[in-house]
Design a protein around this ligand. Structure first.
Ligand code: NOJ
Length: 568
């Protein structure tokens, strides 16, 4: 029986490139598109199938590119549209797909649309954004809070420099509303005040944003990572969010933002209709190669998450599954997440897993150096599309950022909560020379390099048969060559050890078992009563032996992929 190949976005592994930090080709200390082109051979060698490039559009960089001034161009910092075209061409030549960020919820406040919208209440672009009147006392229309810690809005301070046409309101710190003194209304910014929210209920906004998608699809991009996809439509009545009385925090603590249940400012049921329209547009381009819609969702219950595949699997191909981000690193917790993901997945939907990204702590810092290896084996052997964040393949760690070099607006707005994202956005470590080959020696990179770059870098690790990079490389090769891994079924197995997570991946006659030890201590796992198997890959990279599957000894934090000789 010849079974049909899966679409690339299901069988493949997607690598996230944060362009500011990947490779600087022009010596300004900031990565750029030419730098990515220069490193395509590396990605090809590494064995990833696609890359997702975080925003590179013209931007004042208040939120490092998530504040866009022009959706159809490239910021000169990163190159120009021709460099982008070359990037797509060169990536495709190496059979690497290109996914770009689409930021539909907000623009920059410097975007000409917003500038026009601010002109007057009767401006044709006024309704492109979320404007609302103040309450009778001058305060914001409701209690909504900004997810990046709000604006400069502090009680009483907002008014000193502005036209005093209305009584000074008390804008609570962290409010997602910013007063515009000239037109005497508030505008909504779910993130920074420099990121005004678009009004997706205005059909002109929706059709213009869909034109943006066409612009890039026509240039050959293979899909989009949709920023905060569930924020784009809000409560029509702008009702107050209710208090989060139990202060339930699912993912990470966000300070005052956690004081509310965010039921009116995001996740509106109408979001699903917009995502269906978007999917429809993408499906229309499927002729040459399937295009993918990946949605970032601030959603941390699997029930709600699964809804974004769409009732008829007609919304997102991949709603990011962030369940691992807040998870405790132990076998029981991780197995529970994977089993719950599999159980809740709508029929025909495809799972995915994310271990880190540009908003999160590095895996090697969250879980520790040895666990980072087991984590990589987990990520690359589960059923579903894995997302691999640049540098995690090396075991790059969070970098401590001296106060004077902090860049992230979130850390500046909400200091001290550990929400700063700079530590995981530092320059990629290519080699042991000064500036790690990221930018020329003598140039100051936009964020400091890790102290350990002379040991943790591509050049050194490529030459080391036991390095994290070698492990990642071998895992990627194995995943690609084994159907059981890139498309087989998943079933958790009982192994007799509470500290191990053991699962079977199966396709036709191919049966691979993955056994991961989450503890410091050696553990005995019993995959079956008896039978033979062969270790294909161990996280220690020093075992390729035949084993008795009735008694497999795993070292502390060791993971193994075992091919079974007989059925279990
Ligand atoms: C999610 C992005 O991942 C994050 O980096 C950004 O700050 C917000 N969306 C706002 O665009």
């Amino acid at each position: 029986m010849v079974s049909q190949a899966l679409p690339w976005w299901q069988s493949g592994v997607i690598y996230q490139v944060y362009p500011r930090s990947f490779k600087d080709s022009d010596g300004d200390g900031i990565g750029d598109l030419q730098g990515i082109i220069d490193k395509l051979d590396y990605l090809s060698w590494l064995g990833v199938d696609a890359m997702w490039i975080s925003p590179f559009y013209p931007s004042p960089m208040a939120d490092f590119g998530y504040d866009i001034m022009d959706y159809c161009d490239v910021d000169p910092l990163f190159g120009d549209i021709h460099t982008f075209d070359t990037l797509v061409e060169e990536a495709h030549r190496r059979t690497i797909k290109v996914i770009i960020d689409f930021v539909p919820n907000h623009t920059s406040n410097q975007h000409p649309w917003f500038q026009q919208s601010c002109q007057s209440r009767s401006d044709p672009r006024r309704d492109w954004y979320m404007w609302a009147d103040a309450k009778a006392d001058g305060s914001p229309p409701n209690n909504w809070l900004s997810m990046l810690g709000g604006s400069s809005a502090k009680p009483g301070t907002l008014w000193k420099t502005e036209v005093e046409q209305v009584p000074p309101p008390l804008v609570p710190a962290g409010s997602s509303w910013k007063w515009d003194a000239a037109t005497r209304q508030y505008y909504l910014h779910s993130f920074l005040e420099q990121q005004p929210d678009l009004n997706w209920r205005n059909p002109a906004v929706q059709s213009t944003m869909f034109e943006v998608l066409r612009f890039w699809l026509d240039r050959g991009v293979d899909g989009f990572r949709i920023d905060v996809a569930n924020f784009i439509l809000k409560d029509r009545l702008l009702r107050d969010n209710p208090p989060n009385l139990s202060r339930t925090v699912i993912h990470k603590s966000r300070g005052d933002y956690d004081s509310q249940l965010h039921i009116y400012d995001r996740g509106h049921p109408d979001v699903h209709g917009a995502l269906r329209d978007l999917r429809n547009l993408l499906d229309g381009y499927d002729g040459q190669t399937p295009r993918v819609a990946i949605g970032e969702l601030a959603v941390f219950t699997l029930q709600e998450w699964a809804g974004y595949y769409g009732a008829n699997l007609d919304e997102l191909h991949i709603p990011f599954n962030f369940s691992f981000l807040g998870a405790r690193w132990n076998a029981k917790a991780i197995r529970r997440i994977v089993d719950a993901t599999e159980a809740i997945l709508p029929v025909g939907a495809w799972p995915n897993y994310v271990l880190s990204n540009h908003d999160e702590q590095r895996v090697a810092s969250r879980f520790g150096k040895r666990s980072a290896r087991t984590a990589m084996m987990l990520l690359l052997t589960l059923r579903g599309t894995p997302f691999l964040y640049y540098g995690d393949e090396l075991g790059m760690r969070n970098v401590v950022i001296p106060p004077e070099r902090i860049q992230d607006p979130q850390e500046k707005n909400v200091p001290g909560l550990g929400l700063g994202r700079d530590p995981s956005r530092t320059p990629m470590q290519w080699e042991g020379s000064p500036n790690a080959g990221f930018c020329p020696p003598g140039v100051e990179p936009w964020l400091p390099l890790a102290d350990d770059y002379q040991q943790i870098n591509v050049e050194v690790e490529r030459g080391d048969p036991f390095s994290m990079l070698t492990l990642t490389h071998e895992l990627l090769a194995l995943r690609r060559s084994r159907c059981a891994l890139h498309r087989g079924s998943y079933a958790a197995l009982e192994s007799g050890s509470q500290d191990c997570f053991v699962y079977l991946r199966k396709f036709d006659d191919e049966r691979l078992v993955v056994a991961l030890n989450f503890s410091d201590e050696p553990q005995m796992v019993r995959i079956a009563e008896h039978g033979e198997g062969r270790i294909l890959l161990s996280t220690s990279l020093n075992r390729k032996e035949h084993i008795n599957v009735g008694a497999l000894m795993l070292d502390g934090h060791e993971g193994c992929i075992i091919e079974l000789n007989s059925s279990i």
